[in-house]
Design a protein around this ligand. Sequence first.
Ligand SMILES: [Zn+2]
Length: 280
Amino acid sequence: MIKLDYFAVLIAIAAIVALSLWPLKSHGGGEQEEEHGDGAGQEEHGDAGGHAVHWTYAGAEGPDHWGGLSPDFAACSSGRMQSPIDIASAATGLAVGAPGHDIAYQDVPLSILHNGHTVQMNYAPGSSMSIEGQQYDLLQFHFHAPSEHTVDGKAFPMEVHFVHKDSHGGLAVIGVMIEEGAANAALADAWAHLPGHEAAETTIADVSINAGAILPPDGRYHHYKGSLTTPPCSEGVRWFVLSQPISMSAAQIEKFEAAAAPNARPVQPLNSRLMIGPAG
Ligand SMILES: [Zn+2]
């Protein structure tokens, strides 16, 4: 009898341990890294040993050296489909869904963090976009200053990246250029809470944000296949860089620059890639 009880307790403990580990296992290796990718957050997750590989935007750990900092970062130097790129505004082709890619973003509580590389707003589940029948869930958006993509060789003061993932782990990113002009009302609340230095995620329950309000009215874009613009520079990312910029005031841009700039990877060779732009 005593023996049986002992056995039952052991089984119960084993079951509890298995259940508590299950959600971690279900994420699989590497997925976490890409989840906040193109962007951001890789350092927090680190490699399998829990040791984060340090990288920067200048100097000995800058973009020219990312590929050598870790075997996991090899694509940063050996990849042939890297991001960002210089976009030729005259490059036009098929009107791939322009301007009607289906965007269904919800209002969510503002959840903001500074991961040491950028300021990022994490998005609660339930918001998505559809492209050619494929649904991508919005995970987060974050900012770069100056812009990472350039247009006809010219950089903008800033760029925002909306990072999405489909049910198979495929990533799609919408990039929007930011020019200096009128203050951006859709980002006013977020900017009031902008962390000035590295800071863990904070959720401000009484402030909501809708990423859809940040997008410009004209949805036409240039599309190409690229990569995360931060280590590990993983390829297979579908990029949609909108043709119409949005604006932020000089004060808004300066506030971000003081917090995180410069945080732009230089443009990468197009190689043999096809760029598809808005029709005519
Ligand atoms: Zn980015």
